[in-house]
Design a protein around this ligand. Structure first.
Ligand SMILES: [Fe+2]
Length: 387
């Protein structure tokens, strides 16, 4: 088997001004500044986070969706496979999901993580390049619309199921790639829960794990022989007011290149990019900015190599989320909170990333106090909380 190059991009959405610009200037416009990078790898993979609106569907106002003509941009860019298992794929219902899948398939781009039924959504896609057989599996954290159903058409992430699927499929290919859309947004470091999940997938046989959804880049680690990219960030995305909450990191973009020889990862590197916030498309960086960027990314990589630091940063993110939800609860009142947020907090893995962290902080406090010797006071009474 000769050397193969895999190229990976993060979140792609045409929901903002980019669709209009493509309509006006043509399908090469979206990626013309980075086309040299896109054409380099033997296999190109990305996360498509807009649903293509079917002709008979009126799209949900706040969703991420785009007109059909943008699909041509991804064909010209050379995408071989797109992950569709993400939190926006049901923004035009399951009709939109199937339509998007069909549009790409008809244009010769494979899709993963979705399907007409559960079996198809969880099935491995195979692409062969230079004699190396690559298998692709994709999952998404269960997000809000899980509660509205999806009829098994989306591969929701469940660790034990994913491990079984990796073990079952790995013997059929040379390199197994898992694409995972998961976790909290805008944090520069992953949750310990995601780190744990990814490492377990690696131990089960996944050679490359590509994560996305935080909309900002996170570190990369080589765990055993497996490469884990904890967040690829945005690749082409509308930098709207919501994205501006984590500016400039939401405009920090890159392409990840992974070299594979005889079925093993032998090298990896990034090409640094920036998203123009008015256009929502990526640009290459000039030399001067590259070294600044290099420093930032090596800081991100250093975090994922240090479990203590990772855990402390995760706890900070969890505290922030708890504060946000507490404020929400105070404003809404208990019953409304249960109706609107109770499901999200207790049912969805998306939120478990911070709920688990809070539980660990509680455990930590308990460990500190549980062996207290209380001859004349009760140090741990739950009723002693100050007003
Ligand atoms: Fe997402």
């Amino acid at each position: 088997m000769s050397k193969v190059l895999l190229g990976a991009c993060g979140d792609i959405s045409f929901n903002g001004p980019l669709s209009g610009l493509v309509k006006e200037k043509g399908p090469d416009f979206a990626f013309e500044n980075v086309i040299e990078y896109l054409k380099k790898p033997d296999i190109l993979v990305g996360n498509m986070e807009s649903v293509i609106v079917p002709p008979d569907v009126t799209p949900y106002k706040r969703g991420l969706h785009c007109p059909e003509y943008v699909a041509e941009c991804l064909v010209r860019a050379g995408f071989d496979i797109l992950d569709l298992a993400n939190n926006h794929i049901l923004d035009c219902g399951w009709k939109g999901l199937l339509y998007t899948q069909d549009v790409f398939r008809n244009l010769g781009i494979k899709t993963m993580g979705v399907g007409k039924d559960r079996e198809e959504a969880h099935s491995m896609q195979v692409i062969e390049a230079r004699g190396t057989k690559f298998g692709f599996l994709a999952y998404t954290d269960p997000f809000n619309w899980t509660l509205e159903g999806g009829g098994g058409r989306v591969a929701y992430f469940n660790l034990s199921e994913a491990i079984e699927n990796v073990k079952k499929n790995k013997p059929l290919v040379d390199v197994l790639v898992v694409s995972l859309h998961a976790e909290m947004e805008f944090n520069p470091s992953p949750s310990m829960l995601k780190v744990d999940f990814c490492r377990k997938l690696a131990e089960s046989g996944a050679d490359i794990i590509l994560c996305h959804h935080p909309h900002v880049p996170q570190g990369i680690e080589l765990y055993g022989n497996s490469l884990i990219a904890y967040s690829l960030g945005n690749f082409a995305f509308d930098i709207d007011d919501y994205m501006m909450t984590a500016y400039p990191h939401t405009t920090r973009s890159h392409m990840l290149f992974i070299e594979i020889e005889d079925g093993k990862v032998t090298n990896w590197y990034r090409e640094y990019l920036r998203i123009n916030e008015k256009e929502g498309r990526p640009y290459r960086l000039d030399e001067e900015k590259r070294s600044e960027e290099e420093q930032y990314y090596s800081y991100l990589d250093s975090i994922v190599k240090d479990d203590n630091k990772l855990r402390e940063m995760w706890y900070e993110h969890c505290r922030r989320y708890l504060k946000m939800y507490l404020e929400e609860a105070l404003e809404l009142g208990v019953d409304e909170f249960i109706r609107h947020f109770g499901f999200r907090v207790f049912y969805l893995l998306e939120n478990q990333h911070w709920v688990f962290g809070i539980k660990e902080l509680v455990d930590r406090e308990w460990e500190k106090n549980r062996y207290n010797d209380f001859a004349d006071v009760r140090p741990n009474s739950p009723f002693d909380v100050k007003a």
